[in-house]
Ligand binder design. Structure first.
Ligand code: C2O
Ligand code: CU
Ligand code: CU
Length: 455
């Protein structure tokens, strides 16, 4: 594949970029006048965090914070991000869930060359869909996401959504020990099972935070699972909460219910009717508390549930003319044969394991789709571990499952449960070579990824 080297070598002279100064990482936000767009300059750089009191964690951060700066723009507008790499390793940014042109998708050797230390790259694309999205590298992902290179991207609805209050909550469990030092981001024994879990749970980089919310108001909570591995079983006992969107895409509002399973990469937009002042609610993962939501007296008149969010302009697949393709997600069990060259391969899709070190893997797509063709994918999980299956470049509709009741909805990531078979459908309306992978990062890096080509 031919790549244009958009990024420019070092020498950022003249850009007004100071980088790492005495005060740590600096970044600039600018909004050009008279242009309906937003501009950001986003720097990735090392940053010491105090995740464990009294100890330093050598994290990597976007814009001096981990999770990174919340980027915002409006539906249908251009988002322009000048990304500057001040790390000592090559990296890229992928915009998870955004339907954009291939050259902006951040996949190394497919979309672009890696952005080398000291280089920058201009990301520039339209955001067609409103909702909660996020960004992260697509290079050395276990370590890069694990060290903190993850951040929220919020695309606001064209018209006011009716929510007067909102909070973004990025969920991540850090792979660190009691002294704040990083532990292995991927351990073979775990990679071959459910994935390597971190130990310290956090929301927006803080362990067990207390979030203050205005009593009587309806608050939109944008929960984003930026974790490498963990599927959070989210619940909010005693709360009046409704689901408004899944993975960026609106659904008919419905009660949160008992547990919502939010796999890596997935998002949940909840409306919460904040109880009377002084009440505390627990946001939990199963029985474990993640955060305390504390209601504070508010002078504003009580809020009511906003109407459903407007649908995104995603093409509706026509099932009567759709072609069906099958994908089996299998456990390959080539458990660390020590002499085998290259990375471990524990997982495969239709008998093929992705080789994370092979730059040409994407030249051998697992399926080639016709542009504007309609497709049904049958996703079959042959293993007893769940896989959040994610597709780049296009939004798909989840049709049904042999394990659970599905109200069909649009998404970019579907949590395929153990031994589950589910059907998804979409219109292949975005030409390019699109990654199709499990978002448990060490599954992805040990085989569970493929390329889907649309021509
Ligand atoms: Cu969050 Cu390949 O994606
Ligand atoms: Cu993605
Ligand atoms: Cu997986």
């Amino acid at each position: 594949m031919k790549l244009t080297r958009r990024q420019v070598l070092a020498g950022l002279v003249g850009l007004g970029v100071a980088g790492l100064g005495a005060g740590g990482v600096r970044y600039w936000l600018g909004r050009p006048e008279n242009v309906a767009s937003h501009d950001y300059e986003l720097i990735a750089a090392p940053l010491d965090l105090e995740l464990v009191p009294g100890h330093k964690t050598p994290a990597w951060a976007y814009a001096g914070q981990a999770p990174g700066l919340e980027l915002r723009c409006r539906q249908g507008e251009r988002l322009r991000v000048r990304f500057i790499n001040k790390l000592e390793v090559p990296t890229t940014i992928h915009w998870h869930g955004i339907r954009l042109p291939l050259e902006m998708d951040g996949v190394p050797y497919v979309s672009q060359l890696p952005v080398l230390p000291g280089e920058y790259f201009d990301y520039d694309f339209i955001t067609p869909d409103a909702g909660s999205y996020w960004y992260h590298p697509h290079t050395a992902s276990s370590e890069q996401l694990g060290r903190g290179l993850v951040g929220p991207l919020i695309v606001e609805e064209r018209e006011s959504s009716g929510f007067a209050h909102e909070r973004t909550l990025c969920l991540k469990s850090w792979h660190i020990d009691e002294q704040g030092a990083f532990t292995d981001f991927s351990v073979p024994r775990e990679a071959a099972r459910e994935g390597t879990r971190g130990r310290l749970s956090s929301i927006n980089g803080v362990s067990l935070p207390t979030l203050e919310l205005p009593a009587g108001q309806v608050v939109r909570l944008r929960l984003i699972n930026v974790d490498n591995t963990i599927t959070y079983r989210l619940n909010l006992p005693g709360a009046e909460a409704r689901i408004y969107a899944l993975d960026g895409n609106p659904v008919a509002p419905r009660p949160l219910g008992k547990d919502y399973w939010l796999g890596p990469g997935m998002r949940l937009d909840l409306a919460l009717k904040v109880p009377a002042a002084g009440t505390e609610l627990s946001l939990r993962n199963g029985p474990l508390r993640l955060a305390t939501l504390k209601s504070l007296a508010s002078a504003q008149a009580a809020g009511d549930w906003p109407p459903a969010l407007p649908a995104n302009p995603v093409a509706e697949p026509d099932l009567s003319q759709a072609e069906t393709l099958r994908f089996n997600f299998e456990w390959a069990a080539l458990l660390a044969s020590p002499n085998q060259a290259g990375p471990a391969r524990y997982w495969q899709i239709n008998g093929q394991a992705w080789d994370i070190d092979d730059k040409a893997c994407a030249d051998r797509p697992i399926a080639t789709l016709k542009k504007d063709g309609h497709y049904i994918f049958v996703l079959r999980n042959m293993a007893q571990y769940q896989h959040p299956i994610h597709l780049h470049g296009m939004t798909f509709k989840v049709l049904d499952s042999d394990r659970r009741e599905i109200i069909p909805y649009f998404t970019d990531t579907y949590l395929l449960g153990k031994n589950e078979t589910a059907r998804i459908a979409f219109v292949a309306d975005n030409p390019g070579v699109w990654m199709f992978h499990c978002h448990v990062i060490d599954h992805m890096e040990t085989g569970l990824m493929a390329a889907i080509s649309v021509v």
